[in-house]
Ligand binder design. Structure first.
Ligand code: ADP
Ligand code: MG
Length: 474
């Protein structure tokens, strides 16, 4: 398996410590209505050690939440085993709590009652639970808000309640699933540093923190150790310690280098760079899974064109980290566009830089109609699914093929939801490239009619409107 626990050269002080939670070859499958099972996590080993803030980083859909649920005992792996202090977690008396992105407060309870709820569930006497909850509300800066209801609070305040409720039970491991993602930038930054302070001052008795995030900077800011997940199915791409001292400076050279390095890992689906920045020792991880279909990144052709034009404007090469910054994009927004441009051969990613290729340059310099042609050539050359759809349409005498034909092939590889996303993206790309059109009424791919070609070329790729049967009546 791809899991590597520690860098070879610089074993951390806690490496010999006994893990609090240890997952051994855990896998997760979800049943599909079509009876197929889809694998969401492939056999993975992962340990949570005392003294660490571990960040689990990965693009959305890579299985971060699924991992969190299995490690925290909320859900059972399909295969493999999770141990809590060496005992199978199912029968063990575990002490963990979870903070969710959505806050997950009880709207009908006051702030104080929300914080008391887990203590009540554990049978703590009323006086004690009140006292502990008041103290915890004080710690997270919510004194004076005991009697308020969640709906009266801002997002940041709600998440403070979320933290208070999680911490009041003095969990040994605190799990957090994108706890700052729903907050505005400043509020998120505030809460992050307050959390770090509580952790550093040992104000909370918690021994380890497991943080799920898709935000690279957040991971580098907070974590002692970062595990990067890849997807389809979820697997560990790299696992390393962050050696930067706290408090960390986002503008410092080692910080940006590390962010850059992680961008690099995330933008090269098949290759993990062997060399990390100096302060790290990152083991290379081989990705051995064979995929038939590429995962189409959910990017619009217009986004690809925009990125290439910006890149050309900047001399043809720029740091992805800077590009994201310039565009004020989050990783989840920019990566699919970079991936798409890379898949089409319009750019390459090296050393965390995006570099435009000759065909990318030609694309960026062309008029829209020529761009469509270049996109079409690149799509047919590089994207198996688009090539198959296009070939099938040419081969059939009626020039139409049902969507199901391709869905049946895709669903061996992707979840049902992802199959639909893949189809949606294929349709968007295919229409833009004028490779084919899609008749949503009949759920069939169709070849754009030769006589209609000009009309189609001038039609923006909007929702298909052809009513059923229209093709036949011509
Ligand atoms: P992440 O948290 O990284 O965004 P998740 O763990 O939520 O990813 O999901 C990983 C994959 O598993 C996704 O493709 C998602 O659609 C699928 N998935 C998650 N939960 C379920 C479920 N209960 N049933 C079926 N598929 C699921
Ligand atoms: Mg998630």
């Amino acid at each position: 398996m791809q899991q590597v626990d520690f860098p070879n050269q610089a074993p951390p002080a806690v490496a010999s410590a006994e893990p609090i939670i240890r997952a051994e070859k855990i896998e997760k499958y979800y049943a599909q209505p079509s009876q197929n099972r889809i694998q969401v996590i492939s056999a993975t080993d992962l340990s949570i050690l005392p003294g660490e803030i571990l960040a689990l980083l990965g693009p959305s859909g890579s299985g971060k939440s699924t991992m969190l649920r299995m490690l925290s005992g909320l859900s059972t792996p399909t295969a493999g085993q999770v141990y809590w202090h060496q005992k199978p977690i199912a029968g063990a008396e575990i002490n963990v709590s979870i903070v969710f992105q959505s806050f997950a407060l009880f709207p009908w309870l006051t702030v104080l009652e929300n914080v008391e709820a887990p203590l009540q569930a554990r049978g703590v006497e009323p006086d004690e639970r009140r006292a502990r909850s008041m103290k915890m509300l004080d710690t997270v800066g919510l004194d004076g808000f005991e009697a308020a209801y969640p709906k009266e609070l801002s997002g940041g305040m709600k998440q403070r309640v979320g933290f208070a409720r999680a911490l009041v039970v003095e969990p040994e491991v605190l799990f957090m699933d994108e706890p700052f993602s729903a907050l505005d930038v400043l509020t998120a930054e505030n809460l992050r540093s307050e959390l770090l302070e509580l952790w550093a001052n040992k104000t909370m008795p918690t021994k380890a923190v497991f943080l799920v995030t898709h935000n690279i900077e957040e991971a580098v800011l907070l974590a002692d150790r970062i595990v990067v997940l890849g997807r389809n199915p979820g697997h560990i791409r790299t696992d390393f310690r962050v050696q930067l001292p706290q408090p960390r400076d986002r503008k410092s050279e080692p910080f940006t280098q590390l962010v850059d390095y992680i961008y690099k890992v995330l933008t090269r689906p098949d290759v993990v760079p062997a060399q990390a920045p100096d302060q790290l020792a990152v083991p290379a991880v081989r990705d051995q899974r064979q995929m038939h279909y590429q995962m189409l990144p959910h990017a619009r052709p217009g986004g690809v064109a925009g990125l290439l034009e910006l890149l050309l404007d900047k001399g043809g090469r720029d740091d992805i980290y800077h590009l994201a910054d310039d565009l004020a994009f989050e990783i989840d927004d920019l990566l699919p566009i970079v991936d798409a441009a890379q898949l089409l051969g319009f750019l390459t990613v090296e050393e965390g830089d995006a570099a435009i290729t000759p065909s990318g340059t030609e694309f960026a310099n062309s008029e829209i109609l020529r761009q469509k042609e270049l996109f079409r050539d690149a799509a047919v050359e590089h994207v198996l699914l688009l090539r198959q759809i296009s070939r099938a349409l040419e081969a059939k005498s009626d020039h139409t093929v049902p969507e199901d034909f391709f869905l049946d092939m895709l669903d061996e590889q992707f979840s049902e939801e992802e199959c639909l996303h893949q189809m949606e993206t294929a349709v968007t790309w295919g229409r833009y490239a004028e490779l084919f059109d899609f008749d949503a009424g009949r759920r069939r791919f169709v070849l754009p009619d030769a006589s209609e070609e000009d009309a189609v070329a001038n039609t923006p790729p909007v929702a298909p409107s052809a009513p059923p049967g229209e093709e036949d009546s011509k």
